[in-house]
Design a protein. Structure first.
Ligand SMILES: [Zn+2]
Length: 598
């Protein structure tokens, strides 16, 4: 896709309200020129997360996460850069311009845009049909019996597909869309005679949207008994990949992020009923089990997922894969003990239904415990063959957890129940661990602020800086605050003055002397974070020419000491002596500068 012009990027940055965007994830309070709050990236009790509303930057003094408003949206919503710009442009009503693109790419993008329009038109057609047509009376009754209010149904864009064979086909063609386009988004299918007809008829229609609220396809629930499948989903299209989609994600994401927990259910009406009852961090899978891709999609938002669906229906091997993906991302998967035969929407109709559901979610157990119990429960422990079989089934489950206290505990439990030595169980677990070393020890997301007894492992604390790094950062920040003098010092600073990260930052500031915050290097997360930090320091901390000079001289002293040491090692005593004299003069200047500075 063609690049968004930098003018457009700047317009979006200007229009977007970073306090509002980040405020959806954590409460921010004004503190001087900045906003402060609890960090949405690591677990903390007192606020060390700072947001600069003017430059639209954020920085956490606890874990070191930092970036601009686009970086925040990329990180929290799992988007690429241009997607993050687009999402904010949508939200703040900025029209985006793109660089001249190659004609074929432009044609593809426009084709896709038309398909998106077609899906949105269909969604509003179905929605108005639900509320306005006589034919949909029964559907309205059914939804009301499920306890769903008109306001919630409208919020989720629920609609109704008429019984006629060609309403969508004809209406869309009249609006200028081609049959191939209707087929590409799964709205029509081909009859045996070769003609096309509407895929959805006499069905309650649930538009399935992506995280940004764009319609990707539909799920349709039959309203007549003779209709065959009770639920029909959109066919797999370029838009609609069943295994990746979570129904309701667009409505649920902010609530999930706040609670650092996602609740996953099975049905469309369950999601709507739960949202209506105030359990807003809820989404549905497009089937009976959660998939690895869906876990990945949630991993950017929460560190805990509670499955409130029939967890023993999912194949065990599939759940082991899902657990593996969660383990890699340091996410916890839990299972709520849902009563058999009562779905969440039904539970919401009970007098204390919402409370009961919340209690089930709060008391959910670990998925791995659940799976292990499932195997142990059906094992005849008096038979050595059965015990061996059980161990073979359990070992991959334990291996998927990754090493740690929870794994050891479960190993002991399994050994006890199967009457085996723990070392033997552990041996089988190690043998089942993938050769790559199993779940990688990724940087722990450790997001959120759940008050759990066992919080997700926190992100490693930000590394302590050396005094030289503190000094060079102070100087570089002042180069941003006082750009004119900054140019002089950036010219004087060489490799020998700076640490590796300091050199990279200095190079960057030389290349972007004006407004470095608008040019954050997205391909290099560490550097982008450092630049963000420097820009924010430049705003907060006092800068003066005297302080710059002092910091520069101190870095100069470090450089000289390095050279003196190197000359000594080479046995070049003459050079060492002359450098030492230079150092003595420098120390004088430093003492003078300190007197001036104080
Ligand atoms: Zn943090």
């Amino acid at each position: 896709m063609a690049l968004i012009t930098s003018d457009s990027v700047n317009q979006v940055r200007d229009a977007a309200d970073i306090t509002e965007v980040i405020g959806a994830y954590t409460d921010l309070k004004r503190a001087g020129g900045q906003m402060m709050g609890l960090c949405p990236f690591h677990d903390e009790r007192s606020p060390s997360f700072s947001v600069d509303p003017t430059d639209k930057l954020y920085h956490c003094f606890g874990c070191g996460e930092a970036g601009d408003i686009f970086g925040f949206v990329m990180e929290k919503e799992g988007l690429g850069f241009s997607e993050a710009v687009e999402a904010l442009a949508d939200r703040y009503g900025v029209e985006i311009q793109r660089e001249q693109e190659d004609p074929r790419a432009e044609a593809r993008r426009q084709a896709r845009q038309r398909l998106q329009q077609l899906l949105e038109r269909a969604a509003s057609y179905y929605a108005s049909y639900l509320w306005e047509s006589r034919e949909a009376g029964k559907a309205r009754e059914y939804l009301a019996e499920r306890g769903l209010t008109e306001a919630s149904l409208r919020d989720f864009g629920v609609g109704y597909a008429p019984s006629a064979w060609d309403k969508i086909l004809v209406a869309s063609q009249r609006a200028g869309f081609r049959v191939e386009e209707l087929r590409a988004v799964g709205l029509v299918q081909r009859s045996q005679k070769g003609g096309e007809y509407d895929r959805f008829r006499s069905r309650i229609m649930f538009p399935i949207r992506d995280a940004r609220g764009r319609t990707l396809g539909f799920g349709g629930r039959a309203m007549r008994d003779d209709q065959g499948a009770k639920y029909v989903n959109a066919a797999e299209t370029d838009f609609f990949h069943k295994s990746q989609i979570l129904y309701g994600l667009d409505r649920a994401r902010a609530a999930m992020a706040r609670a650092n927990r996602a609740v996953v259910v099975e049905g469309y009406t369950d999601v709507i009923a739960l949202h209506q009852a105030g359990v807003e961090g809820t989404v549905a899978v497009m089937g009976t089990a959660i998939t690895p891709d869906q876990v990945k999609a949630l991993s950017g938002v929460v560190s805990e997922v509670v499955l409130a669906l029939d967890a023993d229906e999912a194949g065990q091997a599939a759940m082991v894969r899902v657990q593996g993906v969660a383990g890699e991302r340091r996410m916890r998967l839990r299972v709520a003990a849902m009563p058999k035969g009562v779905d969440p929407a039904e539970m919401m109709l009970e007098e204390k239904g919402p409370e009961r559901f919340r209690a089930l979610v709060d008391s959910s157990g670990e998925l791995t415990d659940f799976q292990v119990e499932l195997v142990l429960g059906k094992t005849d422990v008096s038979s050595p063959v059965a015990r061996d079989q059980a161990l073979a089934e359990i070992a991959p489950i334990l291996a998927s957890m990754g090493e740690g206290a929870s794994q050891s505990e479960l190993v002991r439990k399994v050994a006890d129940r199967l009457d085996l030595e723990p070392a033997m169980v552990l041996g089988r677990v190690v043998a089942s661990t993938p050769a790559t070393g199993g779940p990688e020890v990724a940087p722990a997301p450790g997001r959120g602020r759940s008050q759990d007894a066992e919080p997700a492992p926190p992100r490693p604390a930000k590394q302590e800086l050396t005094s030289r790094e503190r000094r060079e950062r102070a100087l570089l920040a002042m180069c941003i605050a006082l750009p004119e003098q900054g140019e002089v010092y950036l010219g004087k600073l060489g490799e020998a003055h700076l640490s590796g990260s300091g050199q990279a930052a200095a190079d960057f500031l030389r290349a972007h002397p004006k407004d470095p915050a608008s040019h954050l290097p997205r391909e290099n997360g560490g550097l982008a974070a450092l630049i963000t930090e420097l820009v924010m320091m430049a705003r907060e901390e006092p800068a003066s020419e005297e302080a710059m000079e002092l910091n520069f001289l101190l870095l100069e002293q470090r450089r000289l000491e390095g050279e003196i040491e190197a000359a000594g090692e080479r046995g070049d005593y003459e050079r060492r002596a002359s450098l030492s004299r230079e150092r003595a003069a420098l120390v004088e200047r430093i003492a003078h500068a300190q007197r001036v500075g104080s």
